[in-house]
Design a protein around this ligand. Structure first.
Ligand code: AHG
Ligand code: MN
Ligand code: MN
Ligand code: MN
Length: 330
């Protein structure tokens, strides 16, 4: 059996055809290295006394886990060597970190170093999310880029297999990390989301806070074949956005983290720059859709680094239905 192509070959082929900035190859490879290192730290966490809390509260007001901090430092340490990387924006850092005087064509890296970190101590899937944009003009110290200008978006999932899933704007490709060599190889070419699904994901413990369109949607799913949807639905909730999106990219589904009565003042739960935008690009590139209910996520103009937004993403038929319910309720 011939081996699937490596991440490096995948990227250099695109660069050779003029479809990808060659400088991006180094940065994406650095991200892949950071994810490999984070994967090893997760695997060895019990031996290195790295479970539990770091003892600090991050800018989000969350208790940082030791591994949130380790993953953040790993990303920064490995990626800041990338010659064209101008700035880092991380979930765990209050402000953007400028690494050089920005020049046109330099890169901005946005990342959630460890997503789903409440899952670490219970040994369930977590991930890292990243997004890359470019600096438009020399001296432009602006990281507030709408998702539609992302050059690249992706995530690593630390599951039974370490995988890197990414898009550079022409589809979604999944690379599995080969045990032994550490190579990422293209095992999942052209990942697509079926338009139709009977599976939804939402934290149903927040039902009492939901707005009418979300309640209506979930109530109809729960009614199953006896209700207006005339079919039975399945529900999943892993509390790790990476794991939910990976499932949706693999077999379809819809994921919701809406704004509700309890989180509305903050705008929702998930952060636009390093959670919602990259996942929205991946989902759209795989043939799905991503919205707040009112607005396409990739069209939102960010106002602040850690801005939160409502997120509804996945199979187009369900996302379209949910957008319709929101419109009707206006
Ligand atoms: P993070 O661990 O990076 O702070 O993100 C957690 C996010 C996301 O991954 C997940 O979808 C959601 O929070 C889980 O929220 P609940 O705790 O409400 O289930
Ligand atoms: Mn967090
Ligand atoms: Mn996260
Ligand atoms: Mn995180």
């Amino acid at each position: 059996m011939t081996q699937p192509m490596t991440l490096r070959r995948f990227l250099t082929r695109r660069a050779g055809r003029g479809e990808l900035d060659p400088n991006l190859i180094f940065l994406i490879e650095d991200i892949a290295s950071a994810c490999r290192v984070i994967g090893n730290r997760l695997r060895n966490a019990a031996f290195e006394d790295n479970h539990g809390l770091a003892g600090e509260i991050n800018v989000q007001g969350e208790d940082q886990k030791k591994l949130d901090v380790i993953a953040d430092e790993t990303f920064a340490r490995i990626c800041e060597n990338s010659p064209r990387l101008a700035a880092l924006v991380s979930e765990e850092k209050e402000e953007a970190v400028w690494l050089k005087e920005p020049e046109a064509g330099d890169f901005l890296l946005y990342y959630d170093p460890l997503d789903g970190s409440s899952n670490i101590d219970v040994n369930l899937s977590v991930g890292s999310i990243f997004s890359i944009c470019t600096v438009a003009a020399a001296g432009e110290r602006d990281v507030m880029k709408p998702g539609r200008v992302q050059e690249c978006a992706g995530y690593a999932i630390y599951g039974p297999t370490l995988m890197l899933v990414l898009t550079v704007g022409d589809g979604v490709f999944g690379f599995s990390c080969e045990y032994g060599t550490g190579d990422f190889r293209l095992t999942h070419p052209d990942m697509t989301i079926p338009a139709k699904t009977s599976e939804f994901a939402i934290n149903a413990s927040r039902y009492r806070f939901w707005d009418q369109p979300v309640r209506r949607y979930v109530d109809e799913c729960l009614a199953g074949r006896a209700g207006t949807r005339a079919r039975d639905f399945n529900m999943r909730w892993t509390a790790s956005m990476v794991a939910e999106v990976h499932r949706i990219l693999t077999r379809g589904g819809v994921f919701l983290y809406p704004a509700d009565e309890a989180n509305r003042a903050e705008g929702g739960k998930l952060r636009l720059l390093y959670e919602a935008s990259p996942m929205a690009m991946l989902v759209e590139q795989a043939g799905g859709a991503a919205t707040t209910g009112q607005t396409r996520i990739l069209d939102i103009q960010p106002q602040s680094h850690h801005q939160r937004v409502p997120v509804i993403l996945g199979s187009t038929q369900e996302v379209t239905r949910l957008s319709g319910y929101h419109r009707e309720a206006e």
